[in-house]
Design a protein around this ligand. Sequence first.
Ligand SMILES: NC(=O)c1ccc[n+]([C@@H]2O[C@H](COP(=O)([O-])OP(=O)(O)OC[C@H]3O[C@@H](n4cnc5c(N)ncnc54)[C@H](OP(=O)(O)O)[C@@H]3O)[C@@H](O)[C@H]2O)c1
Length: 332
Amino acid sequence: MSVNRQILLKSRPEGAPGLDNFELVERPIPEPGEGELLMRTLYLSLDPYMRGRMSAAKSYAKPAEVGQPMVGGTVGEVVRSRHPQYAAGDTVLGFGGWQQYATSNGAGLRKLDPKAAPLSTALGVLGMPGMTAYVGLTEIGQPKPGETVAVAAASGAVGSVVGQIARIKGCRAIGIAGGSDKCRFVREELGFDACVDHRAPDFARQLAAACPNGIDVYFENVGGAVQQTVWPLLNDFARVPVCGLIAQYNLTSPMGGPDMFTVLRKRLLLRGFIVSDFADKRDEFLREASEWVRSGRLKYREDIVEGLERAPAAFLGLLQGKNFGKLLVKVG
Ligand SMILES: NC(=O)c1ccc[n+]([C@@H]2O[C@H](COP(=O)([O-])OP(=O)(O)OC[C@H]3O[C@@H](n4cnc5c(N)ncnc54)[C@H](OP(=O)(O)O)[C@@H]3O)[C@@H](O)[C@H]2O)c1
């Protein structure tokens, strides 16, 4: 193998992205410079935040550059190293992007122990999405035993972990997911108390029935119509960790937000967060979550697509709810 296949951001989308916003190219494999290493991608993580990076709109992170490989978290194998702390054969968690090979100067890289857990989990349940669930729920949601915690995209990378941790903390976990297969999985495999299909015509009635005592923590993953249905069910003093708004990422004009009189009257606590705000919690998260995964208290499901060339279509599917579990591309 002497070529590096890459998927570039070809153009920025207006509204929903399409396959034409991406381009597959073949380039020479880069040589690591002094103090650098070359990694071969084994797994590429596909995540909703990538929709934001495709856009030039102001955000918490700078956009991906047109004509450059799309950005993304990766698990890779070091194939050549001129870095003192890494050797060929090491497995690393990094940010190699949508390509087969990437160089790194070691910044933000972490060595993985392939014996400790399946490598792919470093991008899912034991990685950024798992940690997002952990810090958002425990630090902002502050769940108390007996309370009701609701989360949408409940079969996905973040939502699946939110509900299971809520159960571990002694709460009632209510999932919201798209379709009966996902809802069944969330109830029967993940052990949520209930899961409601947001595409059902009587979604609002079903959700109210599943939450007879209202909702104390709404972990906001999607926004849009789901948020508007949840809102009237919030109890006084409910907490709303605002994690993601995937239902709104393709909108070209703002949609009406929550009723702020409700925020006032019910004394709701809303707080937006980015997982990196809680970087100091990483060791605590890894310790707790690794133990829960080992003991079977924290289950996870992966949706693995084979081949880098399939990444654009898989990513577009993620924005439409076609993934079932943490979406990954097996590259190598
Ligand atoms: N703040 C942070 O630091 C941070 C970090 C990671 C993730 N996030 C956010 O967390 C959320 C979940 O991310 P994830 O990685 O766990 O993704 P995921 O749940 O594995 O996949 C995305 C899911 O979103 C749901 N969805 C898509 N469009 C929707 C719509 N219009 N209405 C309702 N649901 C829709 C679909 O599930 P259904 O088919 O079940 O509806 C889809 O499968 C995203 O909003 C993401 O941006 C935030």
